[in-house]
Ligand binder design. Sequence first.
Ligand code: ASP
Ligand code: MG
Length: 413
Amino acid sequence: MQSKLRNKLIIQKYGGSSVANIEKIEGVAERIISYAKQGNRIVVVASAMGDTTDALVCLAKKINPHPSEREMDMLISTGEQISCSLLAMAIHKRGVGAISFTGPQVGIVTDTYHTQAKILKIETDRIKKELANKMVVIVAGFQGVSTALEITTLGRGGSDLSAVALAVSLKADLCEICTDVDGIYTADPRIVKSAKKLKYITFDEMLELASRGAQVMHTRAVEVAKKFNIPLSVRSTFSKKEGTIIMKKMPFIEEAVVRGVTLAGNEAKITVCDLPDKPGIAAGIFNELAKVGVNVDMIVQNVSHKKITDISFTVLKEDISQTLKIARAIAKRVGAGQVIFDENIAKVSVVGVGMKSHSGVAAKTFSVLAKNKINIDMISTSEISISCVVKREAGKRALRALHKEFKLDRIKS
Ligand code: ASP
Ligand code: MG
């Protein structure tokens, strides 16, 4: 632990794997107490134990593949109540005061969108009162109470968001995201052996990495942290090693242009062939998809020959059947050809804020892939990232080649 942390208000979020069994819960209790003993006030946010939430979802789906969302929230919000109460007991056992709460009990108020609710405000009185009583306050992550007084959840992985929102509302000095990895890496270390842990990363880079396949942090949580400029420390629950600080700006004058690469395999490519090339066709397709909440990622429209064109785009695999249904109906209506799909794709991305001011990253990315005989299927770029869709079987090879070419194994910070 950083020894300089004294008399601070600290939010600590523990993920499901950190509280997966009693032994781990006892370990987390010790960790929390070590911070409390230094005179810090601690608000803990815990996720459900291990795979509890998945198991609960499974139970529901055995009854009905599309259960009522209100009842889903009643069900899946229970996981966090278990881990939080057990954690409070483990802290009591060690002679330290602690009290656990559900989201509704501490006034985490959300809108009424069950299973995907947004936090509107947090009434902090109860938490502040308990902190003043020298209690460790433990709050169930991932849940709140809607303006209609119903229990809501914030979307899978939403405990990160609970923690960040509490940090904002309580004006915390520090928000730690304690997890089973020891920080943010230049690439997934399970795929790229030479991946390096980053000391710092900007909110924008983290957002790009998270939305392009890095699974360490919940995207909306990073968005909220960025909005309120709350630095986050992502670190391991199980070691004392410093993690990665996610913050607004890098604390250096110059930095590496590329700071991370990711691989995502959760998308599929849909192609609508032989579309009439005239105004309104793309709008028609993508409006319909937006209406049913399908998120479209990359889009490519081919050059039109004789007023006929193809449009390809990617969607999450779980949205394929819905997307095909909509795309086929539109294709029929406008006299287009076949609608085909390919699940055998992967997306590699290169991310770094330095790209804003450096040119040549795209060229280098494409050359690396070419040199490795990897064909690029689709390309998309943002101000700080470049993504390429390649064949699934080339994904890992592409990731390793890009990591090497951009010298991420030698990055300093
Ligand atoms: N337990 C919830 C989930 O698994 C929330 C979280 O882990 O952050 O999605
Ligand atoms: Mg979880």
